[in-house]
Design a binder for this molecule. Structure first.
Ligand code: PLP
Length: 376
């Protein structure tokens, strides 16, 4: 059994994907071919943002968003400590300081209470200027944007949505990648919408920000690539990946997202009596990038993972270490603070196989093994 079965997905979409790839090969328009613009239009329409600017990966997408708003040394950027490293790394790359914030114990997303505490501490400290919040849609569930937007307004902070895992999620029908001032996503193969290599995108409703992003991703170009008006980078999405993503986006919209949610519902029903299943608040929709459950203790989690492995069932721990526990941030000002929820969750969490092509029989088998193990 695969944790995420890309092979099955490819077999199911093979004909269309092969055709899309061949078309690009025949055109030899490998950089910024027409598929890139077409994909950007489809993505912007799907998430209801005015503009989409694709780029080389989800980490660059965050970097480009920070660069577009001129985030720089001396600036503080708040983000959940319980996330993939790229969220923090992008902040450090632009010279700003990531400020880590504890998470909510139900959703695993940034805690708005801890967020406000962190902002006040940085303001009191007077060494850094609070500039932005990066809220992560962890495991596919959008962060609590109603409150986050209010906090952003109160303290005049830019809101960046890191929807690398969130693509397809929603709040009251409003889609992920449309929250906050600017949103980013990743098309890494294992994400809800993945390509066949690296890829990413930034979403904005502001024409001037879109123009800046388009300049930034091509060496800070002006009228053309050989006129350079700012320090940018080389971060385009390949035409081949755009062509593949067009096919995959269609499948995602038509059935893949629904299928993920159906699988999650089966897990919910079979497991909710024996462990803590993902808590999706009312009016929220998760794209279930991961189906992550909470066990009672680290020992129970590790035992269960061993048992599943013995049955050939892969499972993952996202994330063993939060950002404040990473050695790279030993000297960060916020690592001295307390992160009780993130530390508890990282000891008890386990992500089970979920993807649109998993057989329901397999899901039932996984649940049987879990129930048997937890009854012992
Ligand atoms: C995957 C991921 C990223 C980075 O995306 P890449 O395309 O791998 O660079 C950023 N943030 C989060 C939360 C992620 O899960």
């Amino acid at each position: 059994m695969q944790f995420i079965d890309l092979q099955k997905q490819y077999q199911s979409l093979k004909q269309e994907i092969d055709e899309a790839i061949l078309k690009v090969l025949n055109s030899c328009d490998f950089i910024m071919g027409q598929e890139v613009q077409e994909l950007e239009d489809s993505l912007a329409e799907y998430v209801s943002r005015k503009y989409c600017v694709t780029c080389a990966n989800g980490t660059d997408a965050i970097s480009l968003a920070l660069m577009a708003y001129n985030i720089r040394p001396g600036d503080a950027v708040f983000l959940p400590t319980f996330t993939f490293y790229a969220t923090a790394e992008a902040v450090s790359l632009c010279g700003a300081t990531p400020i880590f914030v504890d998470i909510d114990e139900e959703t695993f997303n940034i805690s708005t209470t801890s967020l406000q505490e962190a902002i006040r501490k940085v303001l009191d400290d007077k060494k850094l200027t609070p500039k932005a919040i990066i809220s992560v849609d962890l495991f596919g569930l959008p962060a609590e944007f109603d409150s986050i937007n209010q906090i952003g307004e109160k303290y005049n902070l830019l809101i960046i949505e890191d929807a690398a895992q969130g693509f397809g999620g929603a709040i009251r029908g409003k889609k992920a990648c449309s929250f906050g001032n600017i949103s980013t996503t990743s098309f890494f193969p294992a994400k809800p919408l993945g390509c066949y290599g690296d890829g990413g995108a930034v979403f904005t409703d502001e024409k001037s920000v879109k123009d800046t992003l388009e300049s930034l991703r091509v060496h800070g170009k002006g009228a053309n690539k050989y006129e350079n008006v700012r320090i940018g980078r080389n971060s385009r999405l390949d035409t081949l990946q755009a062509a593949i993503l067009q096919v995959k986006l269609k499948a995602f919209k038509e059935y893949e997202l629904l299928q993920r949610q159906k699988i999650a519902a089966i897990y919910d029903e079979l497991l909710n009596n024996v462990l803590k299943t993902p808590q999706i608040p009312p009016h929220y929709t998760s794209s279930f990038a991961q189906y992550s459950v909470l066990l009672k203790s680290e020992i129970q989690r590790d035992e269960l993972q061993k048992k599943l492995k013995a049955h050939g069932i892969p499972s993952m721990v996202y994330y063993l270490k939060s950002m404040h526990q990473q050695s790279v941030y030993n000297n960060n000002i916020s690592v001295e603070w307390k992160f009780p929820v993130a530390e508890q969750v990282s000891q008890k969490i386990l992500s089970l196989p979920i993807h649109p092509y998993i057989e329901t029989g397999h899901v039932e088998k996984i649940c049987e093994i879990i129930i048997e193990e937890l009854k012992r």
